[in-house]
Design a binder for this molecule. Structure first.
Ligand SMILES: *Cc1c(COP(=O)(O)O)cnc(C)c1O
Length: 369
């Protein structure tokens, strides 16, 4: 049996929706994009939103619209996809890294106190693996230090904190529709905000410094961060399937849990109390020889993934050493998670049999030790 790490969940309905774009000959931003934005605003619980080519550029644009730039510092957890931090660098500002919580892999708010300076302007909670950060504590911390919040909600569509959707807490929030996220447009992103001024700024920035296309007078500086109706058509169908997708992911996650919960060698990550759960992966920590386990599974046709490589160790970020301490001792939880973590897929096309097979192989490995 083979268990691929990733498999996009698109089918006949998405195909029909694309065909509709071709039949009407509306391919660039048009009615589908408009409808997609309206639906996303509802789901995310924000008043305004714009689409972006992907979440990485969405974060960059969101930071720009918040006024973040050279000389500013933005707090970023060091256990996340690299784009959380590169988007900050693209604005000319500096990402300053903090550790995560050992028990839930979310940003460690206590650690933020260590690196607050006059220059700290914003904080970027990253809702990790389909669960929410503790937004009660985070909002309190941000208010106390007068920081703007930009939520990296790339993995958090459908996720909420105490019933309030992720993406509705920050000045800005960004979602990803890359092929391995819960809802996909193949590539794509969404930027949400409740701030009318930020919304205005986003509209100028994303469309060459003008509000409407078709004019060649550009009142402001801007770029091209538009999406297209073909992608939005796929996204609309995916939103129609969202309830199914979310429940299927949860169901597969429960099967993994049921099969492995009796194994004390393995710690299973779920979600902090206060958050619901739309599993992004089935994530575990194995305190033993993680490499040996991973190799054993790979030889059995399974494709496990490690967790994120801590950002303070990234070769690409070596230059940040000049202005901040990036020693392993400051980031023990993310280093531990990286060294001991493994992820397994929960995409809707994955079968119960594949999950059980994966768990059997994990148990086989553990029993042989
Ligand atoms: C996927 C991801 C991104 C980047 O999203 P893209 O749409 O691929 O640019 C950013 N942050 C996190 C946490 C992600 O998982």
């Amino acid at each position: 049996m083979r268990v691929p790490q990733m498999q996009p969940f698109v089918g006949q309905e998405e195909y029909e929706a694309i065909k509709d774009c071709f039949d009407t000959n509306w391919l660039t931003e048009g009615p589908k994009c408009k409808e997609f934005v309206r639906r996303l605003c509802d789901v995310v619980g924000v008043n305004y939103g714009v689409l972006a080519p992907n979440c990485t550029l969405g974060l960059f644009l969101g930071l720009k619209a918040m006024g973040i730039g050279p000389g500013d510092e933005v707090i970023v957890p060091n256990f996340t996809f690299i784009a959380s931090a590169t988007s900050v660098i693209l604005t000319g500002a500096t990402p300053v890294f903090v550790d995560i919580n050992k028990e839930d892999l979310q940003i460690n708010i206590d650690d933020c106190k260590r690196i607050i300076t006059e220059k700290t302007k914003a904080i970027m909670p990253v809702h990790m693996y389909g669960a929410s950060c503790n937004m009660t504590e985070l909002v309190e911390f941000a208010n106390k230090h007068e920081l703007l919040i930009i939520e990296d909600a790339a993995q958090a569509i459908g996720v909420n904190w105490e019933g309030k959707p992720c993406g509705s807490f920050g000045a800005v929030s960004c979602f990803s529709f890359f092929a391995d996220k819960s809802i996909t447009t193949i590539e794509g992103g969404f930027i949400g905000t409740n701030d009318e001024k930020i919304y205005e700024s986003l509209r100028y920035l994303r469309n060459h410094g003008r509000i409407s296309s078709g004019t060649f007078i550009h009142p402001e500086l801007g770029f091209n961060f538009r999406m297209n109706d073909v992608s939005a058509a796929i996204g609309l169908v995916q939103l129609d399937k969202a309830v199914y997708i979310f429940s299927k992911r949860l169901e597969l996650h429960k099967t993994y849990c049921r099969e492995l919960e009796s194994r004390s060698e393995i710690k299973i990550f779920t979600h902090p109390k206060g958050s619901n759960f739309v599993p992004f992966r089935f994530s575990i920590l194995y305190d033993g020889d993680r490499e040996a386990l991973s190799n054993y599974l790979t030889e059995s046709g399974i494709e496990p993934r490690t967790f994120f490589y801590p950002l303070h160790r990234q070769p690409a970020f070596e230059f940040l050493q000049n202005t901040q301490s990036l020693n392993d001792e400051l980031f023990t939880n993310s280093v531990y998670a990286y060294e001991k973590g493994l992820c397994f897929p929960v995409y809707p096309e994955l079968s119960e049999e594949q999950v059980v097979y994966t768990c059997d192989k994990i148990k086989e490995f553990l029993d042989a030790i």
